[in-house]
Design a binder for this molecule. Structure first.
Ligand code: U5P
Length: 209
Protein backbone atom coordinates (compact mmCIF):
# COMPACT_ATOMS: atom_id res chain seq x y z
CA UNK A 1 0.00 0.00 0.00
CA UNK A 2 1.30 3.41 -0.97
CA UNK A 3 2.76 5.36 1.95
CA UNK A 4 2.44 2.43 4.35
CA UNK A 5 5.42 0.46 5.65
CA UNK A 6 4.90 -2.81 7.50
CA UNK A 7 7.86 -3.46 9.78
CA UNK A 8 8.08 -7.23 9.51
CA UNK A 9 11.37 -7.75 11.33
CA UNK A 10 11.32 -11.20 13.00
CA UNK A 11 11.94 -9.79 16.49
CA UNK A 12 9.09 -7.31 16.05
CA UNK A 13 6.73 -10.04 14.90
CA UNK A 14 7.75 -12.38 17.74
CA UNK A 15 7.28 -9.73 20.41
CA UNK A 16 3.98 -8.65 18.89
CA UNK A 17 2.65 -12.20 19.20
CA UNK A 18 3.55 -12.24 22.90
CA UNK A 19 1.78 -8.90 23.35
CA UNK A 20 -1.38 -10.13 21.65
CA UNK A 21 -1.77 -13.14 23.97
CA UNK A 22 -4.49 -12.45 26.49
CA UNK A 23 -2.61 -14.11 29.35
CA UNK A 24 0.36 -11.76 28.99
CA UNK A 25 0.67 -9.82 32.24
CA UNK A 26 0.69 -6.03 32.55
CA UNK A 27 4.36 -6.11 33.48
CA UNK A 28 5.30 -8.24 30.47
CA UNK A 29 3.10 -6.21 28.13
CA UNK A 30 4.77 -3.00 29.21
CA UNK A 31 8.27 -4.44 28.88
CA UNK A 32 7.50 -5.88 25.43
CA UNK A 33 6.04 -2.57 24.27
CA UNK A 34 9.19 -0.78 25.32
CA UNK A 35 11.39 -3.35 23.58
CA UNK A 36 9.35 -3.37 20.39
CA UNK A 37 9.27 0.41 20.24
CA UNK A 38 13.06 0.60 20.04
CA UNK A 39 12.94 -1.72 17.02
CA UNK A 40 10.15 0.31 15.42
CA UNK A 41 12.06 3.52 16.11
CA UNK A 42 15.10 2.04 14.37
CA UNK A 43 13.02 1.43 11.23
CA UNK A 44 11.10 4.69 11.21
CA UNK A 45 14.36 6.66 11.40
CA UNK A 46 16.22 4.49 8.87
CA UNK A 47 16.33 7.13 6.11
CA UNK A 48 17.14 10.23 8.17
CA UNK A 49 19.66 12.55 6.56
CA UNK A 50 23.19 12.69 7.85
CA UNK A 51 25.80 15.36 7.69
CA UNK A 52 29.36 15.26 8.96
CA UNK A 53 31.18 16.88 11.81
CA UNK A 54 34.91 17.21 12.30
CA UNK A 55 36.03 15.17 15.31
CA UNK A 56 39.25 13.91 16.75
CA UNK A 57 39.62 10.24 17.64
CA UNK A 58 42.54 9.25 19.88
CA UNK A 59 44.35 8.50 16.58
CA UNK A 60 43.61 11.46 14.29
CA UNK A 61 40.94 13.83 12.96
CA UNK A 62 38.06 12.67 10.77
CA UNK A 63 34.76 13.84 9.33
CA UNK A 64 32.21 11.68 11.14
CA UNK A 65 28.49 11.32 10.41
CA UNK A 66 25.84 12.90 12.63
CA UNK A 67 22.12 13.49 12.16
CA UNK A 68 21.36 16.55 10.11
CA UNK A 69 18.92 19.27 11.11
CA UNK A 70 17.03 20.05 14.26
CA UNK A 71 16.26 17.54 16.96
CA UNK A 72 13.39 15.14 16.29
CA UNK A 73 10.04 15.51 17.96
CA UNK A 74 8.22 12.44 19.24
CA UNK A 75 4.54 13.18 19.69
CA UNK A 76 2.63 10.80 21.92
CA UNK A 77 -1.12 10.45 21.67
CA UNK A 78 -2.07 9.91 25.30
CA UNK A 79 -2.27 7.66 27.03
CA UNK A 80 -1.29 4.55 25.09
CA UNK A 81 1.24 6.48 22.99
CA UNK A 82 3.45 6.82 26.07
CA UNK A 83 4.25 3.11 25.93
CA UNK A 84 5.87 3.56 22.52
CA UNK A 85 7.46 6.83 23.53
CA UNK A 86 9.65 5.34 26.26
CA UNK A 87 11.49 2.91 24.02
CA UNK A 88 11.95 5.55 21.37
CA UNK A 89 13.51 7.91 23.90
CA UNK A 90 15.89 5.10 24.87
CA UNK A 91 17.24 5.30 21.30
CA UNK A 92 16.97 9.06 20.75
CA UNK A 93 17.36 10.59 24.22
CA UNK A 94 17.74 14.13 22.85
CA UNK A 95 14.39 14.11 21.03
CA UNK A 96 11.83 16.74 21.98
CA UNK A 97 8.47 15.43 23.10
CA UNK A 98 4.93 16.55 22.38
CA UNK A 99 1.89 15.24 24.26
CA UNK A 100 -1.52 15.15 22.67
CA UNK A 101 -4.31 14.26 25.07
CA UNK A 102 -7.08 12.58 23.19
CA UNK A 103 -9.68 10.15 24.39
CA UNK A 104 -12.17 8.25 22.37
CA UNK A 105 -15.80 8.76 23.30
CA UNK A 106 -17.03 5.18 23.81
CA UNK A 107 -20.40 5.83 22.15
CA UNK A 108 -19.55 8.08 19.21
CA UNK A 109 -15.93 6.84 18.80
CA UNK A 110 -15.08 10.49 18.16
CA UNK A 111 -11.85 11.87 19.62
CA UNK A 112 -12.09 14.50 22.33
CA UNK A 113 -8.97 16.61 22.86
CA UNK A 114 -8.15 17.52 26.44
CA UNK A 115 -4.44 18.39 26.35
CA UNK A 116 -1.87 19.65 23.87
CA UNK A 117 1.72 20.61 24.61
CA UNK A 118 4.42 20.70 21.95
CA UNK A 119 7.77 22.36 21.30
CA UNK A 120 7.50 25.80 19.64
CA UNK A 121 9.22 25.34 16.32
CA UNK A 122 7.38 22.36 14.85
CA UNK A 123 7.76 23.73 11.33
CA UNK A 124 11.48 22.94 11.17
CA UNK A 125 11.48 19.48 12.69
CA UNK A 126 10.59 15.92 11.78
CA UNK A 127 7.70 14.85 13.98
CA UNK A 128 7.07 11.17 14.64
CA UNK A 129 3.61 10.68 16.10
CA UNK A 130 3.07 7.50 18.09
CA UNK A 131 -0.04 5.60 19.14
CA UNK A 132 -0.01 1.80 19.37
CA UNK A 133 -3.35 1.38 17.61
CA UNK A 134 -4.71 2.90 14.40
CA UNK A 135 -8.32 1.77 14.58
CA UNK A 136 -10.96 4.14 13.14
CA UNK A 137 -8.11 6.67 12.76
CA UNK A 138 -10.30 9.35 14.31
CA UNK A 139 -7.77 10.16 17.04
CA UNK A 140 -4.71 10.04 14.80
CA UNK A 141 -6.37 12.15 12.11
CA UNK A 142 -7.39 14.79 14.65
CA UNK A 143 -3.90 14.78 16.18
CA UNK A 144 -2.35 15.42 12.75
CA UNK A 145 -4.71 18.33 12.12
CA UNK A 146 -3.72 19.87 15.41
CA UNK A 147 0.01 19.46 14.67
CA UNK A 148 -0.43 20.96 11.21
CA UNK A 149 -2.34 23.91 12.70
CA UNK A 150 0.76 24.50 14.86
CA UNK A 151 2.98 24.56 11.80
CA UNK A 152 4.15 20.94 11.47
CA UNK A 153 5.08 20.06 7.89
CA UNK A 154 7.13 16.91 8.11
CA UNK A 155 5.24 14.20 9.99
CA UNK A 156 5.36 10.39 10.20
CA UNK A 157 2.87 8.20 12.04
CA UNK A 158 4.03 5.09 13.87
CA UNK A 159 1.78 2.45 15.38
CA UNK A 160 1.94 -1.18 16.36
CA UNK A 161 -1.32 -2.41 14.84
CA UNK A 162 -3.49 -0.88 12.16
CA UNK A 163 -6.90 -1.73 10.75
CA UNK A 164 -7.23 -1.49 6.95
CA UNK A 165 -10.16 0.91 7.39
CA UNK A 166 -8.06 3.13 9.64
CA UNK A 167 -5.16 3.22 7.21
CA UNK A 168 -7.48 4.12 4.36
CA UNK A 169 -9.14 6.93 6.28
CA UNK A 170 -5.85 8.23 7.62
CA UNK A 171 -4.17 8.27 4.21
CA UNK A 172 -7.21 9.92 2.60
CA UNK A 173 -7.14 12.70 5.20
CA UNK A 174 -3.34 13.05 5.31
CA UNK A 175 -1.77 11.69 2.12
CA UNK A 176 1.45 13.51 2.97
CA UNK A 177 2.01 11.52 6.18
CA UNK A 178 3.59 8.07 5.84
CA UNK A 179 2.36 5.32 8.15
CA UNK A 180 4.63 2.72 9.78
CA UNK A 181 3.10 -0.30 11.50
CA UNK A 182 4.13 -3.76 12.68
CA UNK A 183 0.92 -5.34 11.37
CA UNK A 184 -2.18 -4.64 9.35
CA UNK A 185 -4.89 -6.69 11.02
CA UNK A 186 -8.21 -7.96 9.61
CA UNK A 187 -10.47 -5.07 10.53
CA UNK A 188 -12.60 -3.41 13.19
CA UNK A 189 -15.42 -4.88 15.24
CA UNK A 190 -18.66 -2.99 15.85
CA UNK A 191 -17.11 -1.24 18.86
CA UNK A 192 -14.15 0.07 16.89
CA UNK A 193 -11.63 -2.46 18.26
CA UNK A 194 -8.99 -3.95 16.01
CA UNK A 195 -9.53 -7.65 15.26
CA UNK A 196 -7.79 -9.87 16.19
CA UNK A 197 -5.73 -7.02 17.69
CA UNK A 198 -4.55 -7.06 21.27
CA UNK A 199 -7.43 -5.42 23.10
CA UNK A 200 -7.26 -1.94 24.62
CA UNK A 201 -3.60 -0.95 24.55
CA UNK A 202 -3.93 1.58 27.38
CA UNK A 203 -5.73 -0.88 29.65
CA UNK A 204 -3.19 -3.62 28.96
CA UNK A 205 -0.27 -1.27 29.62
CA UNK A 206 -1.59 0.19 32.81
CA UNK A 207 -3.65 -2.69 34.21
CA UNK A 208 -6.90 -0.71 34.19
CA UNK A 209 -10.41 -2.07 33.55
N1 U5P B 1 -7.68 1.43 20.78
C1 U5P B 1 -7.18 0.32 21.41
N2 U5P B 1 -7.45 -0.93 20.89
C2 U5P B 1 -8.17 -1.11 19.75
C3 U5P B 1 -8.67 0.04 19.11
C4 U5P B 1 -8.42 1.28 19.64
O1 U5P B 1 -6.49 0.41 22.42
O2 U5P B 1 -8.35 -2.26 19.31
C5 U5P B 1 -7.42 2.77 21.35
C6 U5P B 1 -5.97 3.19 21.22
O3 U5P B 1 -5.50 3.48 22.50
C7 U5P B 1 -5.93 4.43 20.40
C8 U5P B 1 -7.34 4.74 20.06
O4 U5P B 1 -5.40 5.52 21.10
O5 U5P B 1 -8.16 3.73 20.66
C9 U5P B 1 -7.40 4.77 18.55
O6 U5P B 1 -8.64 4.66 18.14
P1 U5P B 1 -9.13 5.31 16.80
O7 U5P B 1 -9.32 6.77 17.07
O8 U5P B 1 -8.11 5.03 15.73
O9 U5P B 1 -10.43 4.60 16.57
Amino acid sequence: MDGVTVIDHPLVQHKLTLMRKKETSTASFRRLLREISTLLCYEVTRDLDLTTTRIETPMREMDAPILEGKKLVFASILRAGNGLLEGMLDLVPAARVAHIGMYRDHDTLQPVEYYFKAPEDLANRLIIVVDPMLATANSATAAMEKLKERGAKNIRFLCLLAAPEGIQRFRAAHPDIPVFTASIDEGLNEKGYIMPGLGDAGDRMYGTK
